[in-house]
Design a protein around this ligand. Structure first.
Ligand SMILES: NC(=O)c1ccc[n+]([C@@H]2O[C@H](COP(=O)([O-])OP(=O)(O)OC[C@H]3O[C@@H](n4cnc5c(N)ncnc54)[C@H](OP(=O)(O)O)[C@@H]3O)[C@@H](O)[C@H]2O)c1
Length: 343
């Protein structure tokens, strides 16, 4: 069974490299800049628990051409959610062996969009609960805890049987919809981090930023309950406890969450990185997904809608960074004149 990583960036290089080190047959499709970096340095992977792997450059089969999809039995899709349709077109044009496609992307609707574009292929939901930082010179680092997960199928069972330990390990899960929403709840911090301009640690140490995140979580949980969707636990706290822990006073938050969830001091959310690089962010697939859920239910999602709008302004070139107090007032009470939540 041959696995092709489509979209070899942070997640793709890490998962692909860890699987290859575990004995799976893997190749990578990505951009020239990543291919050149890997050609110079090989792939050096590490995690926060001291795990280390180095794959020499001549052991890494890295192509920039979608034609390399022809040899895929399994495609691990690791592009950003805004690139899903373009990737699906490449799969449709170049895949030869009816590959199974596993989406390791954040967001909720990638599997649905892939199934619509590739009706004859089996599409599986995957989930990456941890953070991968690209450190340069061929190095990618898993900075937080958590285990890769994917829905059950023959292909994922075969991968799980091979990739049994370390960060390559694949947990097979039955409730992937719940897990995807559980992950989305955590990703609601991405936009607030991007609007703050601070590192994750600095942003999370400020309660007013956390209150905004908590408000977006409460709004999401409320809509999920109305839709009959149960988000699954991803990380140390249950979805219901999460907003309360996030909005808690600083000393409780630091002793509760920051003790168990290690965060590299330099880490920022990928949405902050996207804005810094002038790229479109994934906000439409995170907070925007909550806004669409509200619309389907005939309801509103004012907190998440406001956050989407602020990120869109940044994408359009408005440089404004938000102080904790400014952001809390603007999102939770400011322009509507009412406090939405008691946090
Ligand atoms: N990084 C994390 O810690 C993390 C953790 C959990 C989940 N995720 C999710 O995983 C997904 C990938 O994130 P990431 O951080 O790995 O993104 P990334 O570092 O930007 O990697 C994606 C790579 O794929 C390339 N690409 C896009 N379309 C392609 C195509 N058709 N063929 C070849 N290469 C293509 C991109 O190039 P261009 O930039 O030139 O388009 C980029 O180099 C996202 O949905 C993200 O939310 C990320």
């Amino acid at each position: 069974m041959h696995v092709v990583i489509l979209g070899a960036g942070s997640v793709g290089c890490f998962i692909g490299g860890a699987w290859q080190a575990a004995g799976l047959s893997v190749s990578f499709i990505g951009r020239e800049r990543v291919r050149d970096e890997v050609a110079r340095h090989g792939l050096m992977l590490s995690d926060h628990e001291g795990w280390r792997v180095r794959l020499a450059h001549d052991l890494v089969d890295f192509s920039t051409k979608p034609a390399a999809l022809a040899k895929a039995d399994v495609i691990a899709l690791c592009v950003k959610s805004s690139d899903t349709e373009a990737a699906a077109r490449q799969i449709s044009a170049h895949a030869k062996r009816k590959p199974v496609v596993i989406s390791f992307q954040n967001g909720i609707d990638n599997v649905e969009r892939l199934s619509a574009a590739l009706p004859s292929l089996e599409i599986i939901q995957g989930m990456v609960p941890f953070n991968i930082a690209h450190l340069g010179d061929g190095r990618w680092h898993k900075g937080t805890s958590g285990e890769l997960a994917a829905g059950r199928s023959q292909a994922t069972e075969a991968i799980a049987a091979r990739a049994k330990s370390g960060p390559a390990r694949l947990r097979l899960a039955d409730d992937m919809v719940g897990l995807a929403w559980g992950k989305l709840l955590i990703n609601l911090n991405n936009a607030v981090n991007a609007l703050s301009g601070e590192t994750l640690l600095d942003q999370l140490s400020k309660r007013d930023y956390r209150r905004v995140v908590a408000a977006s979580m409460v709004e999401t949980l409320d809509l999920l309950a109305a839709a009959g969707i149960e988000p699954a636990q991803v990380g140390p706290l249950s979805p219901k406890l999460l907003p309360h822990a996030i909005a808690a006073p600083d000393f409780i938050f630091k002793n509760l969450l920051l003790r168990v969830q290690k965060i590299d001091p330099q880490a920022r959310s990928s949405m902050a990185d996207d804005l810094a690089a002038g790229r479109t962010t994934e906000v439409d697939y995170l907070n925007g997904e909550v806004v669409r859920l509200a619309e389907r239910l005939g309801r509103n999602a004012p907190v998440n809608r406001t956050i989407v709008n602020l990120i869109k302004q940044r994408e359009a070139g408005v440089e404004q960074l938000w102080s904790p107090d400014q952001l809390r007032k603007y999102v939770m009470e400011g322009h509507r004149g009412v406090a939405i939540f008691g946090y």
